[in-house]
Design a binder for this molecule. Structure first.
Ligand SMILES: [Zn+2]
Length: 237
């Protein structure tokens, strides 16, 4: 997991920096062509008066987020096109001079990209580059070193965190089953006791194979449909 520090655009600046609410459909990768840290890139982006903006800057330490993901950015030079309106824009810092700081920033950007792909349930095909939208040579250093190489880094990060994610998923599943089990075993509430008995007596609810109505359990749509049909059959001549 990469640390994400937030320094979000104040709402009164939305009209300039991110006027549109949208659902993101892709990532767009950039290089800053600068030698500033992620904090400085984001605070400068927020400060400057122009319609220039992006969601994340990533350096050798962490990612800094400047815009909410459900709003657009002005970053890929395609006006109201899919880059600006649908992209989550990630700037990789220190690309001007390159070197170890840039190497680390690029690796962190791969981590962030992998994290976002998982979060949105997207595949590697959702990773695009600024160049795809207006032809600009951006992310310049990442392109120079090989775009396919960068995609492979993202894929590596996704594989890296998959076992941990599977472990957390299994834990969450166990927790949910435990909670549902406790609910099923809970005794009926006093206010519902009469209604439960009546439903059983009328044959509307029959419970499980032991006859237990499990009053605290959720009803599925198929169970509800069976009960509704029992009612309908009584009303129909
Ligand atoms: Zn760019």
């Amino acid at each position: 997991m990469i640390e994400i520090v937030q320094n979000l655009c104040p709402a009164d600046r939305y009209p300039v920096k991110c006027p549109f609410v949208r659902t993101p459909t892709r990532l767009v990768i950039h290089n800053t062509a600068n030698d500033a840290s992620a904090e400085n890139e984001i605070s400068y982006m927020l400060r400057r008066p122009e319609e220039v903006s992006f969601h994340f800057a990533v350096d050798d330490r962490h990612a800094v987020q400047g815009l909410p993901l459900d709003r657009n950015a002005w970053a890929s030079g395609d006006g109201h096109g899919p880059g600006n309106l649908e992209g989550i824009h990630i700037e990789i810092c220190y690309s001007l001079s390159g070197g170890p700081r840039f190497d680390a920033a690029e690796q962190n950007a791969a981590k962030l990209a992998a994290q976002l792909l998982r979060q949105f349930g997207w595949g590697l095909d959702k990773v695009t580059k600024h160049q795809d939208y207006d032809g600009k040579t951006c992310p310049h250093r990442t392109l120079e070193r090989g775009w396919e190489r960068f995609l492979a880094m993202i894929q590596g990060e996704m594989a890296e965190e998959a076992p941990e994610e599977n472990r957390l998923r299994a834990l969450a599943r166990q927790e949910i089953q435990a909670v549902l089990g406790e609910m099923a075993l809970a005794p009926p509430a006093a206010w519902a006791q009469g209604a439960l008995e009546r439903c059983r007596a009328e044959g509307l609810l029959v419970g499980d194979e032991t006859g237990d109505l499990q009053p605290g359990r959720f009803v599925t749509r198929q169970e509800l449909a069976v009960v509704l049909v029992r009612l309908l059959e009584r009303w129909e001549p």
